[in-house]
Design a protein. Sequence first.
Length: 119
Amino acid sequence: MDDGKRPDYRFSLANERTFLAWLRTGLALIAGGIAADQLLPGLHRGYWLTTATALIALGAACAFRASHHWIRCERAMPREENPPVTRIPVALTLLVGAGRFQPPPCCSPCHRDEGFGQA
């Protein structure tokens, strides 16, 4: 990070706030995956397991990407370059939205009494 002049500290603080917001998003997705694992076992096993695994994987990817983007921004600031472009917000929105509109394979009330997903 010694490639140029020292940037205004406000830019570094803004970059850090953005980084922390993405970490919170990743933690929320991981918590949602754990909640899905604990609260959805009444549904078809494949559905709740896929939902829980996908949310946890998205949360981990979000946290990893946040770190990577923070480092790239910190390196670009001293060089007075534009911040790196990221498509993660759009991709994350599409992935979560696509998962939201998928109906569970077995959600009719008549099948819930048959013991699907019962431990």
